[in-house]
Write a protein that binds this ligand. Structure first.
Ligand code: ADE
Ligand code: ZN
Length: 340
């Protein structure tokens, strides 16, 4: 089997996916029409042309604008269903999906509308596609801690549908410490915690996420290599990093894929995983991310297996479900791959 085909068929786990970031321009236009929302773009091509970002904020501005077409429960269902059916064809077996309730509640869309639509798509995916999925509620860090606390309170009646809370949006100037009380409350309510840190922000933000927010995973975290003590801590605890290679390229976190530090993170013994972040905006879903890092960093089959294994280990799945995926991965890993 050729390496490309082997990567396509690799059983995958996705742990860093913003559902609003899976909104393809075609669906954006369809929902805009269905809901009578006016878009500032003349065509689908014009939307894609606007996607040339130079940092996180330049992306977020357009990403929040796109999300305005999401109004009804069915819109959230359609969005999640489109993502899930697409990644089912990429052999994604399990996914932990971020959603940003404040992006919607601030426009008058009830929290219940968002969660009900998403959850229904997840249930259908489990039944019809054989993909397991969980939801992670992200607080927008550019908004206040009070707004985050209010959002957490909105979520409490739907606690059984949300596995964890996270932190996303504009990183610089919004350190994790701003949300210590919100995360304390979330953990007391039984949620696991994760946080975006060390994407554009310094290693200190990763320390804060670990020590103050007591996270189970760091989202991105690629700047950890600037701090040897931090690397040691992450390595010893096997605390996972959900790395998003194509996202890092599009947002100029690295100058080129050949400059990406994924291979170094792996060599340092960290539990590093491959994910897509906002695939509709960054030019690729899970398979494209794996293919891009393999070819730019010349990753070996053993390294690719380790990345996929880390994804299973880092997931919030129960042990028996993890074991089934480890077994499937091991089976896949025994297949001979042609040297190129
Ligand atoms: N929201 C969606 N994608 C994000 C990213 N890469 N970083 C921070 N917030 C986000
Ligand atoms: Zn992200």
């Amino acid at each position: 089997m050729q390496l490309r085909q082997w990567i396509e068929q690799l059983p995958k786990v996705e742990l860093h996916l913003h559902i609003e970031g899976s909104l393809e321009p075609e669906l954006m236009f369809a929902l805009a029409q269905r809901n009578g929302v006016k878009l500032p773009f003349a065509s689908i091509e014009a939307v894609r042309e606007a996607y040339n970002f130079h940092n996180l904020q330049s992306f977020l501005d357009i990403y929040y604008q796109g999300a305005q077409v999401l109004l009804q429960e069915q819109d959230f269902y359609d969005l999640a269903w489109a993502y899930l059916t697409r990644v089912a064809t990429q052999q994604v077996r399990h996914v932990e999906i971020f959603f940003d309730p404040q992006t919607h509640t601030d426009r008058g869309v009830p929290f219940e509308t968002v969660i009900t639509g998403l959850h229904r798509a997840l249930q259908d995916a489990e039944e019809q596609l054989g993909i397991t999925a969980r939801l992670i509620l992200c607080f927008l860090r550019h908004l206040s801690a009070e707004s985050a606390m209010q959002t957490l309170e909105h979520a409490l009646p739907f606690k059984d549908k949300i596995i964890a809370v996270g932190l996303d949006s504009s990183e610089l100037g919004h350190p994790p410490e701003k949300f210590t009380a919100v995360f304390d409350r979330a953990r007391a309510e039984g949620f696991l915690t994760v946080a975006h840190a060390g994407e554009e922000g310094p290693p200190d933000y990763i320390w804060q996420a670990l020590n103050l927010l007591k996270v189970s995973r760091i989202d991105h975290g690629v700047r950890c290599l600037e701090d040897a003590k931090l690397v040691q801590r992450l390595q010893a605890s096997r605390l996972p990093l959900t790395v998003c290679p194509l996202s890092n390229m599009k947002l100029c976190v690295f100058e080129a894929m050949s400059q990406h530090n994924l291979k170094q993170l792996l060599a340092a013994g960290l539990c590093v995983t491959v994910n897509s972040d906002d695939p509709a905006y960054f030019g690729g879903y899970m398979t494209e991310n794996y293919l891009a890092v393999q070819s730019a960093l010349n990753l070996t089959v053993a390294e690719l297996v380790q990345l996929a294994k880390n994804g299973i280990e880092a997931s919030f799945l129960e042990p028996a479900a993890k074991q089934r995926l480890f077994d499937e991965l091991e089976q896949h890993a025994t297949q001979a791959v042609e040297a190129r």
